[in-house]
Design a protein around this ligand. Structure first.
Ligand code: PMP
Length: 306
């Protein structure tokens, strides 16, 4: 399928959505991006975009760190995304990738303020990112999570995904499916591209926003569902490494990862080594929400029809 993409104010063919080799962001990681999912509903023959506006709000926050401002407003970005999906409509779950990047030629210019900005959005089909059904085995990475005063993980900054790639590759080479990264003091932060929750004595616990994490939209959705809909106490607090081993359940959450149970960490079974009852409830509620069958949160979903 020939896709249409959005680049610097225009809808163009995929083959025309190219940037020069000299582009600053390509050399120095000076871009920021989002990852948004749209789920295909066969019943409605529509693509259901999840929390689009919140993703664009976070993009604007990431842009602040990089001193970048897309010329489109959040509303305009939402409208452009809907048009883009209409143009590329597919009966498949989609991933939407907006990218704001420093577009000037690379060499010798590190003044974020003076660099020209570029902006793109494109879509690709995306099925499961991790095994949400069976759960996965993870290890604690030997790579530390980058600190807020090095490259802020709070911003979804392209260059910081070297940290993701190093950790994820190491885990895969060692026979695990995902990495858990600690901060420089040894506290749990998150997975390579997902937030983490542990369950202990009926309570769900996740590291706070000051623990060098990306402040995930799925993380916030899960906290909200636990508190408002599932009567599961949910807290944010610092988590130690050994708490992972002693947890009753552990799960990852993210736009890509959705709700993925972690059934083993560093070769230690978590709970009974399969998806636990609280993870199951949270996962089922989350899937029902993103598939548009949860009327209470209908403002989270934008429907796009062919
Ligand atoms: N942490 C990192 C490092 C990520 O890349 C992601 C994926 N965007 C997440 C957490 C989860 O964030 P969200 O739920 O907003 O997708």
């Amino acid at each position: 399928m020939k896709r249409i993409m959005y680049l610097n104010g225009k809808f163009v063919q995929e083959s025309e959505a190219v940037v020069p080799i000299t582009t600053h962001a390509l050399h120095y990681g000076t871009g920021c991006f989002e990852g948004i999912r749209a789920y295909y509903s066969e019943k409605e023959n529509a693509l259901l975009i999840f929390r689009m506006e919140d993703h664009y709000k976070r993009l604007m926050q990431s842009c602040k760190i990089l001193m970048t401002t897309p010329k489109e407003s959040i509303n305009e970005l939402c409208e452009i995304t809907v048009k883009l999906i209409e143009k590329n409509f597919e009966k498949a779950d989609l991933y939407i990738r907006p990218l704001a990047y420093k577009a000037d030629p690379a060499v010798g210019n590190f003044n974020l303020k003076n660099l020209k900005n570029g902006f793109a959005i494109y879509t690709v089909p995306l099925g499961r990112y991790l095994n949400v059904d069976k759960g996965i085995r993870a290890n604690v990475s030997s790579w530390r999570r980058i600190a807020d005063n090095a490259i802020p993980p709070r911003g979804k900054i392209t260059g910081s995904y070297v940290n993701t790639a190093l950790a994820k590759s190491e885990s895969l080479f060692a026979g695990f499916e995902e990495a858990i990264l600690l901060d420089s003091e040894g506290h749990v932060t998150e997975g390579s591209a997902e937030n983490i929750f542990i369950v202990k004595d009926g309570m769900v616990i996740t590291p706070p926003v000051s623990s060098d994490i990306l402040v995930g939209i799925t993380r916030q959705t899960i906290m909200m569902l636990c508190q408002n809909d599932l009567s599961i106490p949910a807290v944010e607090r610092v988590i130690d490494r050994s708490e992972l081993y002693q947890a009753d359940e552990v799960f990852f959450v993210g736009t890509g990862a959705e709700v993925t149970p972690v059934v083993e960490i560093d070769n230690r079974p978590i709970g009974v080594c399969k998806t636990g009852p609280i993870t199951t409830r949270i996962k089922e509620t989350y899937f029902s929400l993103v598939h548009g069958t949860y009327p209470k949160y209908k403002e989270f979903i934008t429907r796009v029809r062919p």
